[in-house]
Design a protein around this ligand. Structure first.
Ligand code: GLY
Ligand code: MN
Ligand code: MN
Length: 431
């Protein structure tokens, strides 16, 4: 399954109607070095990939709606059979046109020579700074030269605008084909979590569970969306625990936060369960608070609701639950306003999900205005309670009895906003 050629073209066309008289430039991701001259598996930059489907490094895409013929230009590595024997086949300049639909393509080495013709008639220049210092400097150099020569030409980019603000609103709302890819990533993630729940038992090592989860990702043509978190016992209180080397014991909870990446679309699921099949009474009490928080939060996900409502809902349930247990004391409004719950719940209740795990898009559209949810957006709902062995309550709050310490619980699902409400895409993993 993959996004087809015409969808990439549609995406570029939609972006170009927003660019108007401007020009936009996107750079591919650099290869990431593992050590010496060994590289990690290549991962394309998501904006670049969203617009091109092109999965090679050392490439630049230019969108130039004001050009009479060349609206979409790719600069790529030319074919070079000697190098391709080592690192894989390249589309090359011809392939960029024939396979990826570029109106014109050049070897990347010709960028400095060929780029000005596309920039000198457009205004503004859309580009996102901060991903690649060398290329940022190159863009600035071109822009400075064009500003210097502007008086003699009377055209060119007078300003550089961040491409995020025109592209990311498009990426936030998923197309039907994207949703198919996302569902596939979720289904693979679900299969892995179900299997992990089936096999986990005291005496196993966390990494054995990790291995089985990732085996299921790979056998389905996927890879990890992020380093898998397999956190037992007190490790469950470490939000991004990826060491995964502990031997699991009876009466432990096991928190698994793992998701598959399929065609760069990501699942992101967390489940927490008793490794021997039975919660202790403290584990059960806290689990039920988190579960209620998650279910009530999910109920707030519907088109038109402000983004933050589901987080506020989860926080309220968690604070009420901790107050009932005497772990937080005082006035509930004040505890929430002054965030006195943060030693127990220190992260937000979710994030956008898509080509990036923490996907792009605004959460707020003004100081006091939250983005209103729209059908086609995908987000995570992932409340938790973490009572670290080293927890330090804020001033005026009680010390935490030992029996609660070392319990960390998070429950995370991936949710699609629909016109009538929502759909939990990862519902098949039991809670
Ligand atoms: N697994 C990363 C996250 O939940 O945000
Ligand atoms: Mn997660
Ligand atoms: Mn998440």
């Amino acid at each position: 399954m993959q996004i087809n050629f015409s969808e990439y073209r549609q995406r570029r066309e939609r972006l170009m109607t927003k660019i108007g008289t401007g020009t936009a430039i996107f750079h591919s991701a650099p290869p990431a070095v593992m050590h010496s001259d060994v590289e990690y598996a290549y991962r394309q930059e998501s904006d670049f990939y969203y617009l091109t489907g092109f999965n090679e490094d050392h490439a630049v895409a230019v969108l130039c709606p004001h050009h009479p013929e060349h609206k979409f230009i790719l600069f790529v590595q030319p074919k070079d059979l000697e190098k391709e024997i080592w690192t894989g086949y390249r589309a090359g300049v011809e392939g960029a046109k024939e396979l990826y639909g570029a109106d014109e393509a050049y070897p990347l080495a010709e960028l400095d020579e060929k780029l000005p013709q596309y920039l000198e008639k457009g205004d503004p220049l859309y580009y996102h700074f901060g991903r690649n210092d060398n290329f940022d400097n190159k863009i600035l150099k071109h822009w400075k030269r064009l500003i210097l020569t502007y008086p003699r030409r009377g055209t060119g980019p007078t300003a550089i605008a961040d491409s995020n603000f025109i592209l990311h609103p498009l990426r936030m709302v998923k197309s039907a084909t994207e949703l198919e890819m996302i569902r596939k990533a979720m289904d693979i993630s679900v299969e892995a979590h179900l299997y992990a729940q089936e096999i986990a038992k005291p005496g196993m090592y966390e990494y054995e569970i990790q291995a089985e989860i990732e085996r299921i990702f790979h056998k389905n043509g996927a890879t990890i969306a992020y380093p898998s978190i397999v956190a037992s016992g007190g490790n469950s209180c470490i939000l991004h625990y990826i060491n995964n080397h502990r031997k699991m014991e009876d009466n432990d909870l096991l928190l698994i936060d793992a998701g598959a990446s399929y065609g760069y679309y990501n699942g992101d699921i967390t489940r927490t369960f008793p490794i021997n099949g039975k919660f202790t009474s403290e584990q059960k009490t806290l689990y039920n608070i988190v579960l209620t928080a998650q279910l009530e939060a999910i109920a707030q996900i519907k088109q038109g609701n402000p983004y933050n409502l589901y987080h506020e809902t989860a926080v309220k349930v968690i604070v009420e639950g901790l107050m009932d247990l005497g772990l937080l004391v005082g006035d509930i409004e004040e505890i929430i306003k002054e965030e006195k719950y943060k030693p127990f719940y220190m992260h937000r209740t979710g994030h956008w999900l898509g080509l990036d795990v923490h996907d792009v898009g605004l959460y707020k559209t003004g100081e006091e205005t939250w983005h209103n949810l729209k059908a086609g957006q995908v987000l995570t709902v992932e409340p938790g309670i973490y009572i670290s062995p080293y927890i330090k309550p804020v001033e005026g709050q009680p010390e935490i009895p030992e029996k609660w310490k070392g319990i960390g619980i998070r429950i995370e699902d991936d949710v699609l906003v629909t016109e009538s409400g929502n759909e939990v895409l990862t519902a098949k993993v039991p809670k």
